[in-house]
Design a protein. Structure first.
Length: 123
C-alpha cells in the first residue's frame, strides 16, 4: 500500500515540476570568449504564452534577430512538457499495473538462518 502511495506522490511531484517549467520565462544564453575575457549574455524572451500567442516585438533592433531563437525555444519547451506528461502517464499506468500484480512476500531469510543454526546443533 505504501509503495503505491509514494509512487503516486512522486509522479504528482514530477507533474507539478513539469507544469512549473512550462510557466517559467524563456531565456536564451550566449557565451562570448576572447583572449582577454569571458562574457555570458542572457536574453529574457518572456513567457511561452507571450511568445507563441501575443507576438512580442522587440523595440531594440539588436534583439530582432533573436525572435526566431526565442520562438523555437518556446516551442521546444511546450514539446518537452507534452512529452514529459506522456512519459509520466505511461510510467503511472505500467507502474500501478506492476504494483498491483506484485505478490506480498515476507522476508524469510531470518527464519532460514535460525533453522540452519538449529539443524547444525542437532548433528
Amino acid at each position: 500500500m505504501y509503495n503505491k502511495k509514494f509512487f503516486v506522490w512522486f509522479l504528482i511531484i514530477l507533474c507539478l515540476i513539469t507544469l512549473f517549467n512550462l510557466f517559467t520565462a524563456v531565456t536564451v544564453e550566449f557565451s562570448a570568449n576572447s583572449f582577454v575575457e569571458y562574457r555570458k549574455f542572457v536574453l529574457n524572451c518572456g513567457t511561452v504564452y507571450e511568445i507563441l500567442f501575443t507576438e512580442i516585438e522587440y523595440s531594440d533592433k539588436k534583439l530582432r534577430m533573436n525572435e526566431v531563437v526565442c520562438y523555437n525555444n518556446a516551442i521546444l519547451k511546450v514539446l518537452n512538457g507534452v512529452l514529459s506528461f506522456i512519459a509520466i502517464f505511461l510510467i503511472f499506468k505500467f507502474g500501478i499495473k506492476y504494483l498491483n500484480n506484485k505478490s506480498n512476500r515476507e522476508d524469510l531469510s531470518d527464519l532460514l538462518l535460525i533453522l540452519r543454526r538449529r539443524n547444525k546443533r542437532d548433528i
